[in-house]
Write a protein that binds this ligand. Structure first.
Ligand code: ZN
Length: 670
């Protein structure tokens, strides 16, 4: 746990715009900012950032929250880790007090792995520069590649020596645990032997977006047939291959600056291009491009240029992964490099300017590139020509924008010498097919998700599940006032039932609701709300307690999500509230009115909301007792029947009183 003063300081220092714009390009729109949401496949900017509310919210996927939540979600950090990140960003001294064991464990594992990776990187770098083997094998290899020292240091390149467990021994001597050596995959530890994963290889550390090392790639320099040229870290708690792109940490700013990203194949391509001054470049490094990697690029730009060398096997493999890019509506250009060159060798012969000029002159859009390439391959073979047509139709059908599809149909009908209408017809047919297929897949996916009961990213589904809690709608309505106005005091008068005396009280909203529920011995049914109300009651007497801030910044993500939804008015439009619409206050109007009017509003609204809730509970009880009476009748159980009927008449009396008060409320509202 982190002490509450530090948390408060971090919360108040963290400006949502500053935090989000480190990762997402934001454009001003009115008083807010908008950007492409990094949490779903976003085509139009759906992510809203409100500096005034200090919140972000995606109106497509529902993700939203404070700066802390954004960092948690984006960097996949725990709550304390996110606080630490923000403390660092804003130069706030970070003190920790005791954490729960579970928190400690999770955080410790991840942190220990990052720390160990950082230690490994330093060890490999020292090997490279300061040992004989490192210099003669590793450094001389990089020199042969013409890598400058500053570039080697920037990318934190290194060397793992040829002894079987020298790194493992070094790490253990330095106090690192075997457990983490195994988890990070740096060491292969079995019952009867221990061995370094990386031996006699130059090392390329793989950085996250925020610059932490999640994994390593190692390239062997000797020509041995039985040994893989590249070895990579295994997937782990911190490393998911399909979500990382080599070079993204160093490329991020340049990608935003030029609104464009080069995609290459290998580590050395990225490094050489950097050295030539072209920094907006990343590599998928050994894997076929994945959705996760595309999302990573899309956070920064929609324009991707794929660089190919002329090795045909490589091109064909790459062509397949490009279909993925098309589907997401990215603008893809391709450039074939001159015969015998790859991005690495080519950029070494160029300045940044001449390199960029070559690209400008030679880039073609992807569809044309693909068709031309396939045509060269097919020659005059009619069967192959049909295959090209099928392939082309498929590729064009993947493109989301209609206008872009039309342009390609025109162009390809010319290239393939095929009637334009015929091609169009086939594309539309294919699209329909793809659409149906997708619908089927989505349905399957949804079923799977429902089965697994993982409802995190499906707010509507979660909502439906919640609806099965009794009185969920009524309790949500109560919680609206708890979150929105919890700390507001309002002057309240009521008639004491015993003495008929008029009693006045000055309670805040939370206190009123708690005491009102207690009076009738009612507890909220929905566990999350119960927890929120209980905590709010404990905190609301503190001097500067503001309910909305308290809940929004809550470390329980469910609570803060709920509070964020409430303060971004999602619930007001939802079905849950439609039945209370007439009771809802006009928020805009309210802002301009005085405190006294807020009090007036609360005085009107809150007792009404509470009465409505109690009325619903009573109605339910009456129904239950009626059922029980019928059962008792059937069983000829007269005593039971009598008892139930007297209970019922008591309930009905109370219900009448409530109904009367409700009617009064409605009348006074008119
Ligand atoms: Zn979203």
């Amino acid at each position: 746990m982190i002490d509450s003063i530090t948390i408060e300081r971090i919360q108040s220092a963290s400006q949502i715009y500053e935090v989000v714009s480190d990762f997402v390009t934001l454009k001003k729109r009115g008083v807010n900012y908008v950007g492409i949401c990094p949490f779903h496949e976003d085509n139009t900017p759906s992510l809203y950032v409100s500096p005034a509310k200090n919140l972000y919210k995606c109106f497509a996927c529902g993700e939203g929250g404070t700066a802390i939540h954004f960092v948690m979600k984006y960097e996949q950090l725990s709550y304390p880790e996110a606080l630490q990140y923000l403390a660092k960003k804003y130069g706030i001294e970070f003190r920790e007090i005791k954490m729960s064991n579970e928190q400690k464990q999770i955080q410790n594992i991840r942190e220990a792995m990052f720390i160990l990776n950082s230690f490994a990187q330093k060890t490999f770098s020292t090997n490279l520069f300061d040992t004989k083997e490192g210099q003669s094998v590793g450094l001389s290899y990089f020199r042969k590649r013409n890598f400058r020292k500053d570039i080697i240091q920037k990318f934190q390149l290194g060397y793992a020596d040829s002894q079987r467990d020298s790194f493992t021994q070094t790490a253990i001597r330095a106090g690192y645990k075997q457990e983490y050596l195994k988890k990070t995959g740096l060491s292969i530890i079995e019952k009867n032997y221990t061995i370094d994963r990386f031996r006699e290889r130059v090392i390329f550390p793989i950085h996250t977006l925020s610059g932490k090392i999640v994994a390593f790639g190692g390239r062997i320099l000797k020509k041995e047939e039985k040994v893989a040229k590249y070895v990579n870290s295994l997937e782990s708690e911190i490393y998911h291959k399909s979500n990382e792109l080599y070079g993204i940490y160093f490329a991020r700013q340049a990608i935003v600056k030029y609104d464009q990203c080069y995609l290459v194949e290998g580590y050395t391509d990225v490094i050489s291009m950097h050295q030539a001054g072209i920094e907006n470049v990343v590599a998928s490094a050994g894997t076929a491009l994945t959705q996760g990697q595309i999302r990573l690029i899309r956070r920064f730009t929609k324009n991707i240029t794929v660089l190919y060398d002329r090795d045909t096997a490589g091109i064909k493999a790459a062509l397949r992964s490009i279909n993925l890019l098309l589907e997401t509506g990215l603008n893809i250009k391709t450039v074939l490099l001159p015969e015998g060159e790859d991005p690495d060798s080519f950029s070494q012969k160029q300045s940044a300017t001449s390199f960029n000029n070559y690209i400008k002159k030679n880039e073609t859009d992807f569809v044309r590139f693909k068709v031309e390439l396939l045509m060269q391959d097919a020659g005059n073979d009619p069967i192959k020509k049909v295959q090209i047509l099928t392939e082309t139709v498929y590729t064009i059908a993947l493109i989301p924008e209609e206008i872009t599809r039309l342009i390609y149909v025109k162009e390809c009908s010319y290239l393939l010498d095929i009637d334009e209408r015929l091609l169009m017809h086939n594309v539309e047919k294919k699209r329909e097919e793809l659409f149906l297929q997708k619908k089927k897949n989505d349905k399957l996916q949804l079923q799977k998700t429902e089965q697994q009961n993982t409802i995190n990213n499906l707010p509507s589904l979660e909502h439906n599940l919640n609806l099965s809690f009794p009185f969920y709608e009524y309790e949500t309505n109560i919680m609206y006032y708890v979150v929105r106005y919890g700390e507001q005091y309002f002057y309240y008068e009521y008639e004491d039932e015993g003495t008929n005396e008029l009693i006045s009280a000055n309670l805040n909203v939370i206190e009123f609701i708690v005491s009102d529920l207690e009076e009738d011995e009612i507890e909220l049914h929905y566990p999350l709300y119960r927890k929120m109300l209980k905590e709010g009651y404990e905190w609301c007497k503190k001097n500067n307690f503001i309910a909305e801030e308290y809940y929004k910044n809550h470390s329980d993500i469910k609570i803060s999500h709920f509070a964020v939804d409430i303060s971004t008015d999602k619930y007001i439009e939802s079905k849950v509230f439609s039945q209370y619409k007439e009771t809802k206050v006009n928020e805009e109007k309210l802002k301009t009115t005085k405190q006294s009017q807020i009090n007036k509003m609360l005085l009107k609204e809150i007792p009404y909301v509470m009465l409505n809730y109690k009325n619903a509970i009573l109605k339910h009880r009456v129904e239950t007792i009626n059922k029980q009476i019928k059962l008792a009748e059937k069983g000829n159980n007269f005593d039971k029947q009598k008892e139930l009927i007297s209970q019922l008449s008591g309930l009905l009396k109370t219900k009448k009183v409530i109904a009367l008060r409700l009617r009064e409320r409605i009348i006074t509202k008119l």
